[in-house]
Design a protein around this ligand. Structure first.
Ligand SMILES: [Ca+2]
Ligand SMILES: [Ca+2]
Ligand SMILES: [Ca+2]
Length: 478
């Protein structure tokens, strides 16, 4: 309760500092406010890496639950990390928590996280018969009538515990399924068991739960060396990882399970929560807008998968997972995909890799350093509303006036068109793209209803450099 009050107060401060555009976005429906999240994880070693990063982002969301769940890879008796695998990470979080709150008082207490860390359905792959503490926690959150904000249900393993929770709701409160579906958001890292296809889709499909199923996560998973382009690789290599994360950053980062030489190992599940970090990219408003957790297109119903850069590509009817997903198959020997196609496919993830890794590095600093010694991200504020109505031939002025940095750092501005995310299929020229005030002229051929997405990317001169954004969506009106 106190935390919620704090949230409201913090939000009010941000609103006062911001523009009316921010206020306009607090209307019902998907918002860019701090989201509620429930993690379900199969405890794989790369989930353990993701858990370190996740804990350092628990100030950015309301954590409703952290639940162990099985998957096709991990379950009782099958490569299981142990029912209490999260405990050492929570213990380490407890040690750095007193310092983290110097950087953001919104970090939850270790006790708060412990109270919400429970076991879900873990006994076998796809197990969803047993009602567990984990499934009941999900039920409770989804049925709570006092809070109708969206809940992002993340499957870092199988969606089976989520499926069990939904089945309980269907059995006990069938009249509330539509209401629950409106509140729930699914972010699945592949379909790591059959329960989405065999239960969730047939029983809940008609209610249109917004569902993202990711394969792009490979960009920061075990095969990152095949995926990350040359210019991003250094942020994952041993030298960078040791200096910025692994060494001299306190007890939480020191148990991060990098490879022996310090190289990044894998965080295949991190896109599930990277998507829910409010960076200003507004990606939670629509999965095809793109953000740190990737970019997804609607394939069927309200289900969004990775955009495949092959004309006429037919998505599989069933599971999107290791055997069927385009990106995973493209990384196997004998693939018919081209390097250019793979570069394009994974770009919605790797394009942010430097910003994402530097942001992690800053939080590693927050574990030990004082507020004065560490860096904090800029707060990007536009001098106008974020959603513009524009006419063909019009010159549109862009301004990031009002942008600040909590450390008083010098700021670098970059305005760019997010071509893949907008519906206008040509490039626009942005004047003064590297300045706080910029402009572009809408071409005469832009048609009614077409959208132009312009990202305002602001990077501070702190160490490590930190980046935040705003997104301008200009809709053409004749
Ligand atoms: Ca996992
Ligand atoms: Ca700063
Ligand atoms: Ca476009």
């Amino acid at each position: 309760m106190e935390r919620n009050l704090l949230r409201v107060l913090l939000t009010a401060v941000v609103l006062n500092a911001g523009s009316e555009a921010v206020l306009a976005k607090l209307e019902p429906g998907p918002t860019d406010g701090r989201p509620r999240v429930i993690v379900t994880s199969d405890g794989e070693i790369d989930d353990q890496c993701s858990m370190v990063r996740f804990l350092l982002y628990t100030n950015e969301c309301d954590v409703e639950g952290v639940i162990s769940s099985s998957s096709q890879y991990h379950a009782h008796g099958h490569n299981w990390a142990g029912d209490d695998w999260i405990q050492p990470y929570l213990d380490a979080y407890a040690k750095v928590y007193p310092n983290l709150v110097k950087h953001d008082p919104a970090y939850p207490t270790p006790e708060y996280l412990r109270a919400r860390t429970v076991l879900g359905d873990v006994k076998a792959e796809g197990e969803m018969e047993e009602v567990t503490a984990g499934s009941q926690l999900i039920v409770k959150v989804l049925l709570d009538e006092t809070d109708d904000r969206p809940v992002w249900l993340q499957a870092w393993g199988g969606p089976n515990t989520i499926a069990r929770a939904l089945k309980t709701i269907e059995q006990e409160h069938p009249e509330r399924m539509a209401e629950v579906a409106k509140k729930a958001r699914l972010f699945l890292i592949w379909e790591q068991d059959r329960t989405y296809q065999e239960y969730i889709r047939p029983h809940w499909g008609k209610f249109g739960i917004l569902t993202i199923i990711s394969d792009q996560f490979e960009a920061i998973a075990y095969r990152w060396k095949q995926v990350q382009p040359e210019e991003m690789r250094k942020y994952f290599e041993g030298a960078w990882m040791k200096e910025n994360i692994l060494e001299n950053h306190g007890p939480l980062c020191s148990i991060y399970a990098a490879l022996e030489n310090g190289d990044f190992r894998s965080e295949g599940d991190s896109p599930a929560f990277l998507h829910t970090i409010v960076t200003g990219l507004r990606n939670m408003e629509s999965p095809d807008w793109g953000g740190w957790g990737g970019r997804y297109v609607r394939v069927r119903e309200n289900t969004w998968l990775d955009p495949v850069p092959v004309k006429g590509y037919a998505y599989p009817e069933g599971r999107w997972y290791s055997s069927s997903a385009w990106g995973r198959n493209g990384l196997r020997s004998g693939t018919t995909s081209t390097p250019e196609q793979r570069r394009e496919y994974f770009k919605p993830m790797w394009r942010w890799a430097d910003a994402m890794q530097n942001d992690f590095a800053a939080r590693a600093d927050w574990c030990l350093k004082s507020h004065k010694e560490a860096n904090h991200p800029p707060v990007v504020v536009l001098g106008h509303v974020t959603d513009l109505k524009v006419r063909p031939g019009e010159t549109v002025k862009l301004s990031a006036q009002g942008t600040t940095d909590p450390d008083g750092d010098t700021l670098a501005y970059q305005w760019w068109q997010y071509q893949e995310a907008d519906t206008y299929d040509r490039t626009i020229d942005i004047n003064n793209a590297g300045k706080r005030e910029a402009s572009f002229t809408v071409r005469g051929d832009a048609g009614e209803g077409e959208t132009i997405h312009v990202i305002c990317e602001v990077t501070d001169a702190g160490t490590p450099p930190l980046t935040r954004y705003q997104r301008v969506v200009a809709t053409v009106r004749d």
